[in-house]
Design a protein around this ligand. Structure first.
Ligand SMILES: Nc1ncnc2c1ncn2[C@@H]1O[C@H](COP(=O)(O)OP(=O)(O)OP(=O)(O)O)[C@@H](O)[C@H]1O
Length: 230
């Protein structure tokens, strides 16, 4: 199976208190296997909504997402959870590490109650080495800096070798230098492991370094360096 992502007329509306917000307006986008794409746009332009739909964390009001030949429209929540486990890693602005678990245990956490063909601990250790935290495996999140915690979160996202890494403002809580380190780490992992990256960010200095940059406004794509003419 190929791991292309194809969004077809992807649409999301939020209804509440008599106000109807179109967060995403009939978006058509395709991402090639292994691509490193950044998504920029002002606050409220629909970036997080888009990423949630692509990551199957939320259901669209209309349209569909295809992964390769797979149309996710009819999937129930258990099927979606399994699909995400097999295919997608997430990194968020908040690191969402479990405070009572060590770095190593946090990286292994997604594998809890999952049967896998590899040694869970060995893989987690290897990933922590790869993100430069070989000496912090037994530290608790509270003993780590923000940048280190985010690196644990990146290792955790990669534990089952996803085809796609979806990152929503992963540098948003970090200073410029640390943010660049995380961006460089994702860039390196993208090249080394071949997993595609969709990277939502406010920081245009980082965004322009991606292979492709998409700009959103009012729920629509207004610029896409991967497509001529937009
Ligand atoms: N759960 C929700 N209920 C109602 N409206 C929502 C909800 N989530 C998002 N919206 C609205 O949808 C629009 C798009 O929001 P979204 O969070 O996707 O934007 P964003 O580009 O990620 O913004 P930011 O850069 O500030 O994170 C906004 O107008 C927002 O208020």
């Amino acid at each position: 199976m190929t791991h292309t992502i194809k969004c077809i007329r992807l649409h999301k509306e939020f209804k509440g208190d008599g106000v109807n917000t179109i967060a995403l307006n009939q978006v058509n986008l395709e991402f090639k296997e292994g691509e490193f794409v950044s998504i920029v746009g002002s606050s409220g332009s629909g970036k997080s909504t888009f990423l949630s739909l692509v990551g199957t964390l939320d259901k669209p009001s209309g349209g569909t997402v295809h992964y390769g030949k797979l149309d996710l429209k009819g999937f129930n929540s258990k099927e979606l959870a399994d699909f995400r486990f097999e295919n997608i890693g997430f990194v968020f602005q908040q690191y969402h590490l479990l405070p009572t678990l060590t770095a190593l245990e946090n990286v292994m956490a997604p594998l809890l109650s999952r049967k896998v063909s590899y040694d869970k601990k060995e893989r987690a250790k290897q990933l922590l080495e790869e993100v430069g935290l070989g000496d912090k495996m037994n530290s608790l999140p509270s003993q780590l800096s923000g940048g280190q915690q985010q690196r644990v979160a990146v290792a955790r996202a990669l534990i089952h070798e996803p085809h796609w890494l979806l990152a929503d403002e992963p540098t948003g809580n970090l200073d410029t230098e640390t943010g660049e380190m995380i961006f460089d780490l994702l860039l390196r992992l993208n090249k080394e492991k071949g997993c595609g990256v969709i990277f939502v960010t406010h920081e245009s200095a980082l965004a322009v370094r991606a292979d492709r940059m998409i700009e959103m406004k009012d729920g629509s794509v207004i610029r896409d360096t991967g497509v001529s003419g937009l």
